[in-house]
Design a protein around this ligand. Structure first.
Ligand code: FMN
Length: 216
């Protein structure tokens, strides 16, 4: 049976996004053959080799002032030297993202876009949430999966007067578990596909130049 390792790099100052990250890991671990590795973004900066060895990396940050938190941005910027300059080490890995914030909208989409662009700069393959938007009709409720209606990644909302033991709610944690499971399944498909059909020479050049015209 194929196996896949899926790392989760996240930041959380007050613990709410950490709960979302733990739920993502639960979802990964539910996919037979996949293993989730949970790394706070501060610790991740001492564990570059583990990230280079992972088949997929899921990024998660709270939305602070309409974007990723400063701590997560510091991690992003550290990858310029530690990952990109070392030879595009994350190119062709699977990627996905999640965010949590106080308001229901809260400009979370800006954070997900920021995470997707970050993954794109590394040449990673972005996996969307893959759930229909919910809680958008008289039949819906706040208990629905994807109650906040995101497509690009998983969103969560934590009331600002509740601690991480109470927020985000179960529906958002279930949505995070779904994202983890979906990314793990997609990664397993990629791992199996690469075994059956290894990448052609030229597609993985570390300088980013690809001579497709030489291939027939
Ligand atoms: C500096 C700062 C900026 C914030 N900016 C936003 C924001 O733009 N949108 C929003 O909905 N909530 C915002 N919040 C609320 C946090 O996103 C919310 O409390 C979140 O649950 C914190 O996650 P954490 O416990 O993982 O740190 C902000 C909080 C802080 C401390």
């Amino acid at each position: 049976m194929s196996s896949a390792s899926v790392a989760i790099v996240f930041h959380s100052r007050y613990g709410h996004t950490a709960r979302q990250a733990a739920a993502v890991k639960e979802g990964i671990d539910r996919a037979a053959g996949a293993t989730g590795i949970l790394l706070a973004c501060e610790d991740a900066q001492t564990r570059w080799d583990e990230l280079a060895a992972a088949d997929a990396i899921i990024f998660g940050a709270p939305t602070y002032m309409a974007g990723v938190s400063a701590e997560f941005k510091a991690f992003e910027e550290a990858t310029s030297n530690a990952v990109m300059a070392k030879g595009f080490l994350w190119k062709d890995k699977i990627a996905a993202g999640f965010t949590n914030s106080g308001a229901h909208a809260g400009d979370k989409l800006a954070t997900l876009v920021q995470l997707a662009l970050f993954a794109a700069q590394h040449g990673m393959h972005w996996v969307s949430l893959g759930l229909p938007p919910a809680n958008n009709s008289t039949m819906g409720s706040a208990a629905d999966l994807n109650r906040l209606g995101f497509w690009l990644g998983a969103g969560a909302q934590s009331n600002t007067d509740q601690g991480p033991e109470a927020a985000p709610p179960e529906s958002d944690l279930a949505t995070a578990r779904y994202l983890g499971w979906r990314v793990a399944e997609a990664t397993l498909q990629f791992v199996r596909g690469r075994t059956a059909s290894p990448a052609r020479e030229g597609a993985h050049r570390s300088d980013g130049r690809v001579s497709v015209e030489a291939e027939s």
